[in-house]
Design a protein around this ligand. Structure first.
Ligand code: SF4
Length: 333
């Protein structure tokens, strides 16, 4: 995969330093195809590499519960930064930085920034090292640039699907945002929690795109889903089993609130929140998702019943207005 750095030397150095004999490799979707190549490299130095074949969407999704059973010495977790602090065995995080050059994508973004002077820059871990050069390009083009530096994120300007603190810390200062990255999911998250014009600057195809229309469409879908949930009498509260997604205390509070309104609620423990899994409970009218909020991102299109985020539930329970919820972030945990 020519666009990404898997830091093979760092991996070998860690294995040698710790005298590891058996290692587990965990990749997010899209990077798993690199597993075989890395495994071959590790076999050559006398290590048994094992690849996790399960889906992995974030650093919340660690496989460390299986490590004792298979006598794993180290986990190498690729493509995310640390989120879960309690670890049974050493977990080494490999950023998997992209080598893609950002210049042309930023230049394309500049064409869409007419009339916007103060620009916020955000990105994912794969492009966090490019923030400084993107900033220079924008400053040279006469823009004033802001980069968030929240202590919740390891890198300045970095966001993940359930933490936009680096966006919100500068949202009041800027006229528009540029998100550097390959997909729309995070960029839409920026637009949704700020209501500011957001441009996706994609270093892979070197193009830039203003996300206006999609934001309106997503908000409309979530609004409709909320109206449907208002009519529900039986709620399912989804509690994720992945280490960084478990939110049982919050689920108990939500259950309590629902029951105080005279409706009924049942807690469901679940590892993968899939439409097929929820279809097994036809009596449930709507779900509150306390696990990964990205599941709710396109839920109105994928699931038969509403699957609300915690913040959407707060609108339902009257704690937030719809406008408050947008400011807090539809997908914020
Ligand atoms: S958005 Fe979901 S998958 Fe990503 S880190 Fe947050 S909880 Fe995990």
């Amino acid at each position: 995969m020519k666009h990404f750095d898997f830091e093979e030397e760092k991996i070998i150095a860690e294995i040698n330093k710790r005298g590891a004999k058996r290692v587990l490799l965990q990749f997010p979707e899209g990077l798993k195809s690199e597993g075989l190549r890395l495994a071959r490299i590790l076999e050559k130095i006398g290590v048994l590499p094992i690849i996790s074949g399960d889906p992995c969407y974030g650093a919340c999704d660690l496989v460390d519960f299986e490590t004792e059973r298979f006598e794993i010495d180290i986990i190498f977790h690729f493509g995310h930064t640390r989120m879960v602090r309690t670890e049974k065995i050493p977990i080494i995080y490999v950023d998997v930085r992209s080598n893609a050059i950002i210049n042309k994508a930023i230049e394309s973004a500049l064409f869409l920034l007419n009339g916007y002077q103060k620009i916020g820059l955000v990105t994912t871990i794969q492009h966090a090292h490019t923030i400084k050069s993107a900033q220079e390009l924008l400053v040279n083009a006469g823009k004033t640039v802001f980069v968030g530096d929240s202590d919740k994120m390891p890198y300045s300007g970095q966001i993940i699907g359930c933490d936009y603190s680096n966006v919100k810390s500068i949202a009041n200062e800027v006229d528009a945002f540029i998100f550097i990255g390959g997909g729309r999911f995070h960029a839409l998250g920026v637009a949704l929690c700020t209501a500011k014009p957001t441009i996706l600057a994609n270093p892979f195809d070197e193009k830039a795109l203003l996300l206006d229309n999609q934001v309106k469409k997503i908000l409309q879908q979530h609004w409709d889903s909320l109206q449907k949930a208002k009519k529900a009498t039986i709620f399912g509260i989804l509690v994720g089993l992945k280490p960084g997604q478990e939110n049982f205390d919050n689920a108990l509070k939500i259950k309590n609130l629902i029951e105080r309104k005279g409706k009924s609620a049942i807690i469901l423990l679940i590892n993968e929140i899939l439409p097929e899994a929820l279809m097994e409970f036809p009596a449930i009218d709507a779900y509150i998702n306390t696990a990964c909020p990205r599941i709710s991102f396109d839920a109105p299109l994928k699931f038969l019943k509403p699957v609300l985020t915690i913040n959407e539930f707060k609108v339902l329970s009257g704690e937030y207005s719809w406008e408050d919820m947008i400011k807090k972030g539809l997908f914020e945990k």
